[in-house]
Write a protein that binds this ligand. Sequence first.
Ligand SMILES: NC(=O)c1ccc[n+]([C@@H]2O[C@H](COP(=O)([O-])OP(=O)(O)OC[C@H]3O[C@@H](n4cnc5c(N)ncnc54)[C@H](OP(=O)(O)O)[C@@H]3O)[C@@H](O)[C@H]2O)c1
Ligand SMILES: [Zn+2]
Length: 346
Amino acid sequence: MPSSARPYVVLSCATSADGYLDDATPDRLILSGPEDLDQVDELRAGCDAILVGASTVRRDRPRLLIRDPRRRAARAARGLAEHPLRVTLTASGDLPLDRPYLVYEGAGLSLAEILQDLNERSVARLLVEGGASVLGQFLAQDLANELRLAVAPFFVGDPRAPRLDVPSAPGRMTLAEVSRVGDMVVSRYLLGPGGSDQRFLRWAIELSRLSPLSPTAFSVGAVIVSEDGEVLATGFSREQEEHDHAEEVALRKLTRHRPGPDRRLRHATLYSSLVPCGARASRPVTCVQHIVAAGVPRVVFAWREPPVFTSGQGAEQLRAAGVSVTEIPALGPLAESVNAHLIHVA
Ligand SMILES: NC(=O)c1ccc[n+]([C@@H]2O[C@H](COP(=O)([O-])OP(=O)(O)OC[C@H]3O[C@@H](n4cnc5c(N)ncnc54)[C@H](OP(=O)(O)O)[C@@H]3O)[C@@H](O)[C@H]2O)c1
Ligand SMILES: [Zn+2]
């Protein structure tokens, strides 16, 4: 199960409009405004660990702490430490650390092995915040699942300044979101093995981790993507109400406050970590019925429902209703692992 033996890796960086991560002066260049810093704070709060290269530690002395006390409290409520684990790597050992880090030391360390070790330390989501060399290695070795790129509205214009250093370019990324954050443009790209289907499904599995735990229902994530690749809505189990299913939440976000379903749904794909339910104890309408009623023509899922709570035939029902259904069984064990607390392995 190689994909689950590693944490989900999110790369995050800010650049100038001409692609520089810093300028060439000894002072740290401020690229981000308050709105971007707040989004990064949220991103950090959703991760188990944050990794930066030793040069960034030496040069920037980043705090890598969650600033917002509500986010710290929410982490504590989920049984996590208030702040993510700080991680760095160094060949020289030259690390004037004034705060605790998990340090990997040695020449030419293997990032894949570091990821495996972090996984054994219960790190499921890793945020990599730089610098140029470390980000480049994750990209070149195809070890990243997501890239959050924030572009500031000014130029550095100095070729001595650092920019992303990618020794061999990864394949084309999947653009998932673009947004204006203050005066910056933030893009979210998906990377990793497979094409867009596998990447969006992998993302749906990550969303499933956000579900409040329930002893009687699975944790599931769903993403709805338009024909041209725009993410229309996301959802996870119990996101808005106690008995919510992920697909139902995502569809509700597109139908609430409208006379009928969003027209873009007629050409959309719904990605769900678990096959949509075809039988349900908690509510009268199943997710299969919601999907068919909304006119969604295509569903991609990872995990077939084991007969724990119901034995619904979701995939068969969808197909019978004319919906195209794609199963990606390679991601099934990962979607299942998020629900390990509910499945008793003999
Ligand atoms: N704009 C942004 O979002 C952002 C974010 C972070 C950083 N930055 C900027 O990026 C610049 C720093 O980038 P950088 O490329 O110079 O450095 P870096 O990526 O932060 O760190 C590189 C250092 O990490 C260690 N290292 C990296 N890969 C290793 C491996 N495989 N095995 C063992 N050790 C390894 C080495 O440390 P030793 O030298 O100790 O051996 C190496 O010199 C700074 O200007 C900083 O301000 C910008
Ligand atoms: Zn359902």
